[in-house]
Design a protein around this ligand. Structure first.
Ligand code: GDP
Ligand code: MG
Length: 175
């Protein structure tokens, strides 16, 4: 029988990004294995509790899914200050959402705790025909700013489990 250690510190992650980038869709794909073309806009913020069993540990965490609208921006620091991980999402079909994501990255890097794990996530990878942001642009920005980078699709589930498990693994290692 293997030894199992548990990580039960207060532990939350935050999803940030422009409205419509796919924050809610990514978390619902991960938590429920579902996707809807008609995902309703998030009001304020919603949270989901998850427990992931890894080989080396069990990681329990809450995911805060924030609303992207400007009128909720003043609330964002409550979610990213003290967060263990931040996932900043943009939509590959929207240059504006990429610009917005860069602003989130800068804001979080200025204010969040230094051990925070941050991922830049290029979502809607299934919409390649409508792509406005090249994979390399996202990848390069991430590299320059010390972030990890993944292209995902909440629709096809591309890289969705990978994203959440990778963060959990790193946190388990850090604890
Ligand atoms: P949020 O405002 O960032 O939470 O974005 P939502 O999750 O509400 O998604 C906005 C819209 O984009 C919805 O119509 C979703 O169905 C759609 N969407 C989200 N993720 C994807 C994806 O990976 N691929 C495609 N094709 N559509 C997506
Ligand atoms: Mg939402």
């Amino acid at each position: 029988q293997g030894l199992e250690t548990s990580v039960y510190k207060p532990n939350w992650w935050v999803l940030l990004g422009d409205m419509g980038a796919g924050k809610t869709s990514l978390v619902l794909r991960f938590v429920k294995g579902q996707f809807s073309e008609y995902q309703e806009s998030t009001i304020g913020a919603a949270f989901f509790t998850q427990v992931l069993s890894l080989n080396e540990a069990t990681v329990k965490f809450d995911i805060w899914d924030t609303a992207g609208q400007e009128r909720y921006h003043s609330l964002a620091p409550m979610y990213y200050r003290g967060a263990a991980a931040a996932i900043v999402i943009y939509d590959i079909t929207s240059m504006e959402s990429f610009a917005r994501a860069k602003k989130w990255v800068q804001q979080v890097q200025r204010h969040a705790n230094p051990s925070l794990i941050m991922f830049l996530v290029a979502n809607k990878a299934d919409l390649g025909a409508e792509r406005k942001v090249a994979n390399e642009e996202g990848e390069e920005y991430a590299k320059e700013n010390g972030l990890s980078f993944l292209e995902t699709s909440a629709k096809t589930a591309q890289n969705v489990n990978e994203l959440f498990y990778e963060i959990a693994k790193r946190l388990a290692k850090a604890n």
